[in-house]
Design a protein. Structure first.
Length: 750
């Protein structure tokens, strides 16, 4: 009985708002009329709430109020115009409510379900913010970036001021994601109201927030790809304002162009992705727009001067941004891997197919669902919406592009060029992950939302057709919002379970631990940063630090600090071997914890970790008379390479023996000493040769043959003319019995 009574009081506020929203002449109504409307509005909400509470009793009290207050307010708002005041019904009011409703559902989902699904990729924003705060640097020296991306205008920035104020880190992480989603909504609002000069943001926001059900983790909870939407909106807004400036301005560089230039520099500092997503499409948009105008009018447009100024400013900003990016790469740990390499691929046909499959994946289509099920209904809505907004409406927009105003033409042209560039990148350069197509869908949704609003809703003269279309939009929003709402069911017990897990770890007395990447940093956040985690992996029965998105100071050895290993079931066989106990010692306690096992040590077990990847600073050191030894344990083995009893790789007559260690090298001359042993038959041919390469084997610097197998060492020099990444020393052997023991490398004085 208590819940329905509280529900009546709880829904009074949205009901009152609904009355004020839909009554044009409320001030002229009597007090009785006002009370009657309020009562009639509250009754449907109360009945729906009571029925939902009876049917779905698995919801907790806090979930019950949050979910059904929104749902019942929505139903009440739709009923009021037809029951009470039909003349006051307006599609604008429905769109206003859909905007507020979708934003409310998304923020509710982030603050509830988003706290319970934090994983290590999500948590790295918190870890980087702490590293920046502790080092007092925007680019910490000890931070290891990944995939060539430098996190600059990213989600960690908003966390820095509050990291020490808000102790609940899962709450802070959810608030940070919600803030980034709010910034994206503001960006869509500014682009729509200031550039497009309409209210199409009322469709843009629900479409971008609710219909990416397949990529909701990236966009909403992790907030990893919502920043691209914000930067696209702000860049287009600045570009349109700069492009619309008249050529007779007295200032040499108008303020919008200078603001855009600074903004492009900041974006480009993060890496080369900005080139394909913003810089190149924007330059081509300016050029193509002018060429099209000259083709139709046989003379330059009034904005030609601004186009030249913007293009020149973009090129200069790109150069400055890339220079800053390469400086960061040269002085910090930025890992350039195949994920960010631009390499042509021969699998263009399969990439072409994957391009369209990724669209359906992002919109949440799942295979194996029955058509009549709830999941099947959501699949139908997702596919229909994807085809409509990504293909049908953009084609319709192209057909009537000449009737649009200059801002719409500019933004539409940018969207088409941007999507063409991303299509080429995905198909011919092999960027087939579903996340790479998100920016293309963002632009298609912006163009489609504006088209639907301007031509099918606002420009529709038949009110019944317009109302039907608004009802279809409302139905799609409701279906997708209910899916997000359902995710929040039971989030609080799941969140408590995560917190209690970390509390049990803290009860062991250890505040520092090591685990696999996916078990490490999420638990650091759930422990409210009380536990310091380092990600590790096992290689040849030994532990190696996983230097990816981490502050390497976590691997600094502290002798008197207790630590633990948090292991999954498939990792237990490594630590149960006698050789492992001999090298790392025996744990003082073994604690099973919810599918994982914690090995507790009364010392820092990290003292014996192999620091693979930490020698990335090797070639950055000053010239020295003493070489730095690289053991074979720091190298990668060829497929058929065997090991001796002492753990050295030995050739069995195959070509590839070892390769690695993938380091960064500054320009200069280096001396490399190869240490080896030969126990095979001297056939007169050289038993092995060494190849020094960079950029993962794409650039060759030196090839050295080992012609004296009995000497045990071979010394040679190699010149590296420019800063190089992923430098490796490849050892190949044609003769069985060649044993590689390691390298000594030192930098020679100039």
């Amino acid at each position: 009985m208590l819940l329905p009574m509280l529900g009546l009081a709880y829904f009074t506020v949205p009901c009152l708002l609904s009355v004020f929203l839909f009554s044009k002449d409320l001030a002229g109504k009597s007090y009785k009329t006002f009370c009657a409307k309020t009562l009639l509005t509250a009754i449907p909400a109360l009945i729906l709430t009571w029925l939902a509470w009876v049917i779905l009793q698995q919801y907790y009290c806090y979930e019950y109020f949050s979910i059904y207050s929104v749902l019942c307010a929505f139903f009440s708002t739709l009923l009021i115009p037809f029951l009470l005041d039909r003349k006051s019904f307006s599609y604008r009011n429905v769109l206003n409510f859909l905007l507020l409703y979708s934003a409310s559902v998304v923020f509710y989902s982030i603050m509830t379900h988003g706290q319970a699904v934090i994983h290590s990729d999500t948590a790295t924003a918190t870890i980087l913010a702490r590293s920046q705060l502790e080092s007092k640097r925007l680019f910490p020296d000890n931070w290891y970036y990944a995939n060539g991306d430098v996190w600059f205008l990213e989600r960690n920035l908003l966390m820095i001021p509050f990291l020490r104020i808000i102790k609940n880190q899962s709450l802070l992480r959810a608030l940070d994601s919600a803030a980034w989603v709010a910034l994206a909504c503001i960006g869509l609002y500014l682009l729509s109201s200031r550039a497009l000069k309409d209210s199409s943001y009322k469709l843009m926001v629900p479409f971008t927030l609710l219909f990416f059900t397949g990529a909701r983790g990236f966009i909403l909870y992790e907030a990893a790809y919502i920043g691209q939407l914000t930067w696209l909106c702000l860049t287009l807004l600045l570009a349109v304002r700069a492009y619309d400036r008249q050529a007779h301005l007295k200032t040499i560089i108008p303020p919008p162009i200078s603001t855009l230039s600074v903004f492009i520099v900041l974006l480009t500092m993060a890496g080369s992705r900005c080139l394909a997503e913003i810089n190149l499409p924007l330059c081509l948009t300016l050029i193509v727009r002018e060429l099209v105008h000259i083709g139709f009018h046989n003379e330059p447009s009034e904005r030609s001067k601004n186009s030249c100024l913007i293009t020149g400013a973009l090129l200069l900003s790109t150069v400055l941004g890339l220079a800053a990016y390469h400086w960061i790469c040269a002085t910090h740990n930025v890992s350039n891997t195949d994920s960010n390499a631009l390499i042509f691929t021969a699998n263009w046909w399969s990439n072409f197919q994957q391009y369209f499959i990724n669209r359906m994946i992002n919109f949440g289509m799942s295979s194996g669902a029955e058509l009549t099920s709830a999941e099947g209904l959501r699949n139908f809505v997702s596919v229909f919406f994807m085809l409509l907004t990504c293909f049908v409406i953009p084609i319709l927009q192209i057909r009537r592009i000449r009737q649009e105003n200059e801002s719409v033409i500019f933004i539409s042209l940018f969207a088409f060029i941007h999507n063409a560039i991303m299509f080429l990148v995905i198909v011919f350069l092999g960027k087939t992950e579903s996340r790479y197509v998100l920016t293309s869908i963002y632009m298609e949704l912006i163009v489609s939302s504006r088209y639907i609003y301007a031509h099918w809703i606002k420009g529709c003269k038949a009110s019944i057709i317009r109302n039907i279309l608004v009802a279809i939009v409302a139905s799609g929003v409701c279906i997708n919002s209910l899916y997000l709402i359902d995710l929040s069911t039971g989030y609080y017990p799941a969140l408590l379970e995560q917190k209690e897990f970390c509390a049990k770890l803290l009860a062991t007395g250890a505040h520092k631990g090591y685990a696999s990447f996916w078990n490490a940093y999420k638990n650091e956040v759930y422990s409210d940063l009380a536990i310091r985690f380092g990600a590790i992996y096992f290689e040849r029965d030994r532990i190696e630090p996983n230097l990816c998105l981490v502050d390497s100071t976590v691997f600094d050895f502290t002798s008197n600090e207790p630590t633990f290993l948090l292991l999954s079931d498939d990792q237990l066989h490594y630590v149960q071997k006698d050789s492992f106990k001999e090298e790392y010692g025996a744990p003082k306690q073994i604690l099973p914890l919810g599918g994982l096992t914690a090995y507790i040590y009364d010392y820092d077990i990290g003292r014996n970790f192999r620091k693979t990847g930490m020698i990335s600073r090797l070639f950055l050191q000053e010239p020295s008379d003493k070489g730095l030894f690289i053991p074979t344990t720091e190298l990668c083995l060829g497929t058929d390479t065997k090991l001796t009893e002492d753990g050295y790789p030995i050739s069995s007559g195959k070509q590839l023996l070892t390769y690695g260690p993938y380091v960064s090298a500054s320009p200069g001359s280096y001396e490399i000493k190869v240490l080896y042993e030969f126990i095979g038959n001297d056939s007169g041919d050289y038993p092995a040769y060494i190849l020094v390469t960079a950029n993962s084997g794409k650039k060759e610097y030196k090839e050295q043959q080992i012609t004296a197998p009995q000497e045990g060492e071979c010394t040679f020099t190699v010149d590296i003319p420019a800063y190089s990444k992923n430098v490796e020393i490849v050892c190949k052997s044609k003769t069985a019995g060649f044993i590689l023991k390691g390298y000594e490398v030192r930098r020679l004085a100039e």
